[in-house]
Design a protein around this ligand. Sequence first.
Ligand code: PAF
Length: 282
Amino acid sequence: MEIFRNKKTFTDYIERQKEMGKRIGFAPTMGALHQGHLSLYEAAQKENDLVISSIFVNPTQFNNPDDLEKYPHDTNRDLKLLENTGIVNAVYLPEVADLYPAGLKSKAYNFDGLENEMEGKSRPGHFDGVGTVVEELLRQVKPDNAYFGEKDFQQLAIIEKLVQQLKLPVKIHGVEIYREDNGLAMSSRNERLNAVQRDAGKVIHETLVKVNDWFRIITIAEINKRVKDIFDDQRGMTLEYFEIADEQTLKQTDFFYKDKNYRAFIVVNVGEVRLIDNMHLD
Ligand code: PAF
């Protein structure tokens, strides 16, 4: 596995691979790698000649400086893990100046309103930060395919919109949520849960499974009430939001329309840890 810590040597490497006609699959990360990331590399390996990853904790997408401060950093551990996959051909570890040559500032995007729903309400500026770093990474890595987890479904939808608006020559792939044995969506944040909290967190996925069973049988108002009741009964957990939204527009819906696709979105705070999850409803 090749490791690049510098933009010039990395982009020269990319040029050489392109000249040789290699198909590049790319999965950007912020490190703290886990099995969920590995599933992105596995998906990339199936349809590309080369798998490339990046590790960069992007300051502009943290609206809360405390969150940035607490974000786990262990590059040596991450590099070992990447090496052990035997899948990743190259990893890019850019410096701030490689991605933000004009200074650490986000661009202002308009993602047709996708940025104002759910996470956009509680994390102002977050998606401008994500858009800025992902746009720059895609321009430098020049992948044929790029892979993002469906756990951050709103982020995935926004990146698809970004690529479409800027006509970037890359295909975006969503990769199914990788779950722990008890159903908890895999996340770097799970490491901050104690054993009791980690076990209790399974109720999030269990609730989404129930919502899927109730879907189109009872009203959305009744589903919302039942979900609220479930979390009112959980000690040490607070439901931040639960929404059933149109998968295309991400707008919350109060009624089901036959020809639309819907997804349930949930955020729960377990102690101080904010857990996010979602499920396609069928
Ligand atoms: O999902 C993430 O890890 C980050 O938001 C991403 C896409 C790597 C951009 O910093």
